[in-house]
Design a protein around this ligand. Structure first.
Ligand code: MN
Length: 398
């Protein structure tokens, strides 16, 4: 009787596993629907999925889920949230196979070729480099020195880190603290240097949640509680701009965007102010859909519309369109005096600039009129390599 029951348990557990695995795989495929992936590439992705699934066998995540759900989700992050291509997707699916299973790098090479195997090899070697005993700058340099070969290694590693952070709740406390330390000393500054702002914010927010849970909770709660009032203010700010913006006859989007939880928390700590006293909890962002050659002039036209209605603070004007930041960031920023005398930061940029700022340079290739995808990757990877090979002190001291 007892035996029969456990047989049933095993069966339902297997069914549940199958369901979870299928859901993860579908989620990855669904993220790729909007772009055309060739049949051959799709077959290769499926091959990697089956290969990794068999290799990981019945390994499980700390959360109890089948292990393969992790590499599948890392692959989806690479594609959907970072704008990487299908080669990275395949490498991401295989990224833990050599590290955690008997499969060798030779077998990866035999099945998936030189390029993929070199990326997987880089990912395997990158693990375990970080050493809590040695100084942070030392660790940072060690990580950087391994990146000469293929920059995709570090980008996939960051997606890996992001998924591990998103699922960190099932980790024991001491591991959470170690992962948070690594993240804030290595991955967050690197994401910043590479212009991957979404990634950096999420890294820092989760680190804060681990290291200072009360502060994290209080900022999150206050952000939620103040949503209604904030939206009212934002609407009041936006309303008088709309008529003139509509007259430009271009597609645009205007919205308020709250700053990250960690940056608000940081202000509370370093400036010793209360949440209620911080005026720049959010920024107003205006994003326009215009061809590249019109970006600059339209953005300045919008600047002129905004400052006709709301008085600008001249010294806060930052023109990163004419001179982009060294990590590639492009945007026009200014601060103005909004309703009730409140200072408001305004960010003006094109859709292309917005996508690159949010997801990184790889998202570039989704734009029409860009014929040579590989050329763009090479360009981005070159610029990353440049950033990595000439580390300024700011990244290390971050
Ligand atoms: Mn992993």
């Amino acid at each position: 009787m007892l035996e029969l029951e456990s047989d049933i348990d095993i069966e339902t557990r297997q069914q549940l596993d199958q369901k979870l695995i299928k859901a993860s795989y579908r989620r990855l495929l669904r993220s790729m629907i909007k772009v055309s992936v060739s049949k051959a590439d799709k077959a290769e992705i499926r091959k990697a999925f089956v290969f990794a699934m068999e290799a990981h066998g019945d390994q499980r995540r700390k959360s109890g889920e089948p292990y393969i759900t992790h590499p599948l989700e890392v692959a989806r992050i690479c594609f959907e949230e970072m704008g990487l291509g299908y080669k990275s997707v395949i490498a991401a699916i295989l990224h833990d196979v050599v590290e955690d299973t008997p499969v060798t790098i030779k077998e990866i090479q035999k099945n998936f070729g030189d390029k993929i195997s070199r990326i997987v090899d880089g990912l395997t070697k990158l693990d375990g480099l970080y050493n809590v005993e040695s100084p942070q700058a030392e660790n940072f340099k060690k990580v950087l020195s391994t990146l000469v070969d293929d920059v995709r290694v570090i980008l996939i590693k960051m997606a890996d880190r992001l998924h591990n952070l998103r699922t960190i709740d099932s980790m024991p406390r001491h591991k959470q603290i170690k992962i948070a330390a690594e993240t804030s000393y290595i991955y967050a500054p690197l994401a910043h240097r590479l212009g991957l702002y979404n990634l950096k914010s999420e890294f820092m927010d989760i680190c804060l949640k681990i290291n200072e849970p009360e502060l994290y909770e209080s900022v999150t709660t206050k952000l939620k509680e103040s949503t209604k009032e904030r939206n009212k203010f934002i609407n009041e700010f936006i309303k008088p701009l709309k008529v003139s913006l509509d007259e430009l006859n271009v597609e645009y989007e205007i919205f308020g965007r709250p700053k990250s939880i960690s940056s608000i928390a940081n202000k509370i700590k370093t400036k010793h102010v209360k949440f209620e006293e911080i005026y720049d909890i959010f920024a107003i962002r205006i994003v326009v859909d215009v061809p590249k050659e019109k970006e600059k002039s339209i953005c300045w036209q919008i600047y002129s519309i905004v400052t006709d209605v709301h008085r600008p603070i001249p010294e806060r004007l930052k023109d990163w369109i004419t001179t982009p930041k060294s990590n590639g960031y492009e945007s026009l920023h200014t601060s103005v005096i909004g309703p009730g005398g409140r200072y408001v930061e305004v960010q003006i940029r094109s859709r292309r600039m917005d996508d690159i700022a949010e997801k990184g340079y790889a998202s570039h290739w989704k734009y029409k009129g860009i014929a040579n995808i590989h050329g763009i990757y090479d360009h981005w990877f070159d610029s990353i390599r440049e950033v990595l090979e000439t580390p300024h002190n700011d990244a290390i001291e971050f």
